[in-house]
Write a protein that binds this ligand. Structure first.
Ligand code: NI
Length: 182
């Protein structure tokens, strides 16, 4: 197990589009476990492979309170969606920033598990939000893209300033006023 480095917005590598996984091997299993470990350590409730500079279509999510409901989804897609819900989102690649985003309230998800077996299920609530957020990452999209141009510029400037010098004190990822980053 290893902790992976998480790319920080506006890193251009967050804009890359992930490619479908075709090899369900030990390397994929190790990588998915490392992603889960990285997500829990951050701490966050979701992580996409693109965020750790890997182009495979893999996401990990766990929205449970006790961190005991890990889902590893490979090649996930949303095959239907319904309703709309607004949630104050954060992101492990956009540390310290939270903003409301409107997404589908209910979704039906199709994909594979880490062994390549097909999975299909319905999700709602925070799980639905989180899966949509992570699939966006696989398509090179970050939640700040949904915000106004002005807000995007402010966030970009703030993070470039904070993260350009690695020796500088970084803001804590944990923010008790908000939920965990996605
Ligand atoms: Ni995110």
């Amino acid at each position: 197990m290893a902790l992976l480095d998480i790319l920080v917005y506006p890193d251009p590598r967050l804009r890359r589009k992930a490619v479908p996984v075709t090899e369900f091997d030990d390397d994929l299993r190790t990588f998915a476990n490392d992603m889960a470990e990285t997500m829990y350590a951050a701490p966050g409730i979701g992580l996409a492979a693109i965020q750790v500079n890997d182009r495979r279509r893999v996401i990990v999510v766990d929205v449970s309170e006790n961190h005991d409901d890990l889902q590893i989804l490979v090649n996930p897609e949303i095959i239907s969606s319904d309703g709309s819900a607004e949630y104050e989102e954060g992101c492990l690649s956009v540390p310290g920033v939270f903003a409301p985003v409107s997404r589908a309230e209910q979704i039906r998800v199709k994909g594979c598990d880490v062994d390549g077996s097909p999975v299909e299920f319905d999700a709602d609530g925070l799980l639905a939000i989180c899966i949509q957020h992570e699939i966006d990452h696989l398509n090179g999209k970050v939640f700040v893209d949904y915000l106004s141009r002005l807000k995007q510029d402010r966030i970009r400037k703030k993070l470039v300033k904070e993260y350009s010098n690695p020796a500088e004190q970084r803001p804590p990822l944990e923010d008790t006023a908000h939920g965990a980053p996605l």
